[in-house]
Design a protein around this ligand. Sequence first.
Ligand code: SME
Length: 182
Amino acid sequence: MSASAEMPYFIRPSLQLSAEDKKEAYKEALAAIDANLQGESNMILKMVTINCLLKTFLSYYYWVGFYMVDKGKLIVGPYQGTLGCLSIDFGRGVCGNAASEGQTQLVSDVHALAQGTQHIACDPNSQSEIVVPVFNSQKQLIAVFDVDSTEKHSFDEVDQAFLEELMDKHFGVEDLVYGYQL
Ligand code: SME
């Protein structure tokens, strides 16, 4: 299924925030995340809650979600937005580079990148992107956290600082539970 530029009824374009409004929105979002995840250890529960609350408070968050490390590649995990690519090789795309380098990727204009190698366009409306590696308490890469905006230049060092701290706080913990117990 090829990605369409037409946004389904439940998706809206990004609304940029000023630097001050961005910091305030992150503080509110992180407070809501902490309140809802207190005492929780299940990884998937944390991921779906983080997706929902960040998208609720940050108006420029268009696609938000996790790609999970699985047998040496990335497969799509919990997300909110239009159809995400199902799997991504390490070293390919913004997500694959975040995974292979273990470093946050900040992209002000995804269309300035080589398509198919440096950037993978799951949704043609995506204009800028941030991807943050997610490590467990043993510093193993378990996922990458991917956010797209339909505006250029949506992401900067403020996003990077808040998101890196958030990922470490909720996934770099000893009691993280990866799955479910039947
Ligand atoms: N743009 C990402 C692919 C994931 S979609 O944005 C959800 C990349 O270049 O790796």
